[in-house]
Design a protein around this ligand. Structure first.
Ligand code: DOR
Ligand code: ZN
Length: 352
């Protein structure tokens, strides 16, 4: 197969940041995707509909002319989010989900939730107005191994929350484990999951060695939840390609998360991989490896809008089989970022 044509995809999990840095990364996403669910973990976080509406205006103002793109906004859930704020968010028509960051779980999560029980009024309102909860699914207790934090979250947080708020619709964001994939495939239809390209392509060895097997710390492969063992990667590929069943519950969410080069290449490097400049191409690589390129369109373009209750896109995009090399660095405000897989050759290129 030399070309691949699909309905224009959407990105159901994206970090755009703000200001000049946002203006630099936004065109990469807008060139590939019609819409994206925009994460609210700014400094300060996007905790109200008014802040979300203002952030949306800044995104639209930064969009280069000739590109069409719809930012789908989210609220950042805190211990203090009120039921009224949830109702305002739904009524705004601009907010499509409310993001749960367990406090301390990841980048800019300090204002996140300390105990989900404190959010009962907000969660009640969310199930009443049908505004989905988007979860960063990791516990944060120091005694829980970093590689086990997603699995522990399912039993400790997700199952009790779904029992207590049975009508709440949930997106289990950027799943990384076999346990999460199997849970979503086996649960009721009110839960779905996003999967990143990097968790489909790489296992945790990539954190500690190059593609050709040389050892060394690889900060640009560090994100949260962290890359896992090969058996988990295989389970995620299986989920995305329909081998677990219920393929419609799994959809594309890049979790593209830009950071300045110097903050990644540091003694305490930030979590986050920048994939927006090559997102669809990376997913095509992963689906081709799994022998399931025919499954890519549903994952990238149908399952997300269907779950969010939004129309599927009308336009189509084309990828060509053509080797290209990702640049080593890209401009990022007054500094630079290093894209994931910088310098590596990718076999597919988006041409329209
Ligand atoms: O790796 C990550 N980076 N995981 C997250 O949950 C947040 C993100 C970021 O904002 O950089
Ligand atoms: Zn994220």
């Amino acid at each position: 197969m030399q070309t691949l044509t699909l309905t224009r995809p959407d990105d159901w999990h994206l970090h755009l940041r703000d200001g000049a840095a946002m203006a630099d990364v936004l065109p990469y996403t807008a060139r590939q995707f019609a819409r994206a669910i925009v994460m609210p973990n700014l400094k300060p976080p996007v905790t109200t509909s008014a802040l979300a509406a203002a952030y949306r205006e800044r995104i639209l103002a930064a969009l280069p002319s000739g590109l069409r793109f719809e930012p789908l906004m989210t609220l950042y859930l805190t211990d203090n989010t009120s039921a009224d704020e949830i109702r305002r968010a739904k009524a705004s028509g601009l907010v499509h989900g409310v993001k749960l960051y367990p406090a301390g779980a990841t980048t800019n999560s300090d204002a996140g939730v300390t105990q989900l029980a404190r959010c009962a009024r907000a969660l009640d309102a969310m199930q009443e107005v049908d505004l989905p909860l988007l979860v960063h699914g990791e516990v944060t207790h120091a005694h829980v191994d970093v590689f086990d934090r997603e699995r522990a979250f399912i039993d400790e947080v997700l199952l009790p929350a779904r029992r207590d708020f049975p009508a709440l619709r949930v997106v289990f964001e950027h799943i990384t484990t076999q346990e999460a994939a199997e849970y979503v495939a086996g649960a009721d239809g009110r839960i779905a999951a996003t999967i990143t390209a990097h968790h489909l392509l790489y296992n945790r060895n990539r954190l500690f060695m190059t593609a050709d097997g040389r050892t060394g710390m690889r900060p640009h492969w560090y994100c949260l939840p962290v890359l896992k063992r090969e058996r988990h990667r295989q389970a995620l590929l299986g989920a995305a390609c329909g081998k677990l069943g219920r393929a419609e519950r799994f959809f594309l969410g890049t979790d593209s998360a830009p950071h300045p080069k110097g903050e990644k290449e540091s003694a305490c490097g930030c979590a986050g991989c920048f994939t927006a400049a090559s997102a669809v191409e990376l997913y095509a690589m992963a689906f081709e490896e799994a022998g399931a390129l025919d499954r890519l369109e549903a994952f990238a373009s149908f399952n997300g809008p269907d779950f969010y209750g939004l129309p599927r896109n009308g336009e189509r995009v084309t990828l060509e089989r053509r080797d290209w090399t990702l640049p080593a660095e890209l401009k990022f405000g007054d500094t630079v970022l290093v894209p994931l897989s910088a310098g590596e050759v990718l076999p597919w290129k988006l041409v329209t």
